[in-house]
Design a protein. Structure first.
Length: 175
């Protein structure tokens, strides 16, 4: 049977250790003499080449599930430079889009005049503002918002909200 196994291994282009014979067909295999006979048994499935054990994806899937929740993404797990994870361009695009949407919102609510809107738009394009909060701060310091609708701390359309903590609700604190 060793010669048969060696012959089958040559046909299958693998090691003789990776060749398996089907249990019920050992008689048939022992009668096979030529390579053509062996090829016929391989085609029928009585002689098989076992596949090597491949790397399990179980742990990889678990890690991916955790990463989707935001785990395993701390400073110590990061490889690559600061801007290789999120490029400077992508960071800029998200920042400028937020700022432009905010300015557009203010203009639509007529809290900014068209000239002020243009001025702020140009400033944001030039990278003057760090973020949306910085725009709000600038508006409140420069008194650029129109009318009596100038909100507290430069926050447009800020709604009255109930106190967040149980203790402040009990004491009757209001924002």
């Amino acid at each position: 049977m060793n010669t048969k196994k060696r012959l089958a291994a040559k046909i299958l282009k693998t090691s003789h250790q990776k060749v398996r014979f089907a249990d019920g067909s050992l008689e048939e295999i022992s009668k096979a003499i030529t390579r053509a006979d062996m090829r016929g048994l391989i085609a029928v499935g009585k002689i098989k080449k076992i596949t090597p054990n491949e790397q399990s994806r179980v742990r990889a899937r678990e890690n991916a599930a955790q990463k989707s929740k935001g785990r395993r993404k701390g400073k110590g797990s990061r490889k690559g430079r600061k801007f290789s994870r999120i490029s400077r361009k992508d960071q800029w695009m998200t920042k400028i889009r937020l700022q432009r949407v905010f300015l557009k919102e203010l203009r639509e609510r007529e809290l900014l005049s068209p000239t002020q809107y243009r001025l702020l738009y140009a400033k944001s394009k030039g990278g003057y503002f760090r973020n949306k909060r910085h725009i709000k701060l600038y508006l409140s310091e420069q008194n650029l918002l129109r009318g009596d609708e100038v909100p507290e701390k430069g926050m447009p359309n800020r709604k009255e909200q109930p106190p967040k903590t149980k203790m402040s609700r009990e004491k009757g604190h209001t924002p």
